[in-house]
Design a protein around this ligand. Structure first.
Ligand code: NAP
Length: 279
């Protein structure tokens, strides 16, 4: 099983984690079983957010009695990310998650509150033992540079960003920045949310051929490609035990240089966009 360091002073975490956006919209029993099966298979990193409706209570049910196995991440909405609002939002998330601490707490995307305020609140939450580390999401390099100037070295645990086969913008500058500064890159929507490459497209056929050669699934090949660098983790969302098990097995799949070159051509990175794409 491959692991990744979660920030310069963070723990080693299994390279594949579990997303929870929309997990409250499907069958609850199946969602809870999927998360628990994921934990059984080593996918300890569970990503949620105050924005995800009732996902936090679903996570609470899944991790009940197993809190110590979990690397639990939640996020504050930018509209709540003031000095005081961040602390209150975190306490609400802790209550919904039925736990006393988060392993990492993220600013969901950059809003209008000064970064100084949110960072000060994160510091207060760390000192109180309510969060073990903090990070950000949807931050481009200019935001990261500002944040680094505010927070100082070795404080930002991760940057959670959009990354899938058909959206590789972060490879231009965000991944290199994070690698230079010891910040873990967490790939969200690694299957393109609901836009996984069609099996009937030439690129989809290539995925299938590579998967067959490894005795793997096409989703596993996608995850292995995205996490080919030692700085990157991925957090696919699975609503069924079968999907969770499929995703967990990607943590063992290592692609050859030839596979990576072929995927690189079939799903080109494209030019650097003006702004960082987000979902
Ligand atoms: P995703 O993980 O790219 O794709 C989820 C879809 O893939 C679901 O329809 C799921 O179906 C399906 N799926 C999962 N495993 C599968 C498998 N092995 N075989 C076939 N289908 C499979 O989408 P996402 O939920 O947008 O992204 C993942 C997580 O990233 C989110 O849940 C959230 O935690 C995080 N996220 C963060 C941000 C941010 O701004 N920070 C934005 C978006 C997402 P089933 O549900 O039927 O299993």
């Amino acid at each position: 099983m491959q692991t990744r360091k979660f920030g310069s002073s963070g723990p080693d975490v299994f390279v594949i984690g579990q997303g929870t956006w929309y997990i409250d919209r499907g069958d609850r029993k199946s969602a809870v079983a999927a998360l628990r099966r994921g934990l059984d298979l080593g996918m300890s990193h569970i990503d949620t957010a105050e924005m995800y409706g009732d996902a936090e209570p679903v996570v609470a049910e899944a991790i009940a009695g197993r809190r110590d196995e979990v690397f639990l991440v939640s996020k504050v909405l930018p509209s709540n990310a003031s000095r005081r609002g961040t602390v209150i939002a975190c306490e609400r998330s802790l209550a919904r998650l039925k736990t006393d601490r988060l392993d990492c707490y993220l600013l969901h995307w950059r809003g209008s509150y000064p970064l100084q305020e949110t960072v000060a609140a994160f510091g207060e939450l760390v000192a109180a033992g309510k969060i073990r580390s903090w990070g950000v999401s949807n931050f481009d390099t200019d935001d990261l540079n500002e944040l680094l100037a505010v927070a100082g070295k070795d404080k930002i645990a991760c940057n959670q960003v959009l990354y899938h086969l058909q959206e590789r913008a972060i490879e231009h500058a965000v991944i290199p920045w994070c690698e230079q500064h010891g910040v873990a890159v967490v790939a969200y929507s690694p299957f393109g949310h609901n836009d996984f490459p069609s099996a009937r497209s030439p690129a989809g056929e290539l995925l299938k051929a590579i998967a067959d050669a490894h005795g793997a699934s096409v989703r596993q090949v996608a995850l292995a490609f995205l996490t080919r660098r030692p700085s990157v983790l991925a957090i696919p969302k699975a609503g069924t035990e079968e999907h969770a098990a499929d995703n967990a097995a990607a943590g063992k799949l290592v692609l050859s240089a030839g596979d990576i070159a072929a995927l690189d051509t079939a799903f080109p990175r494209g030019p650097k966009p003006r702004g960082l794409p987000m979902l």
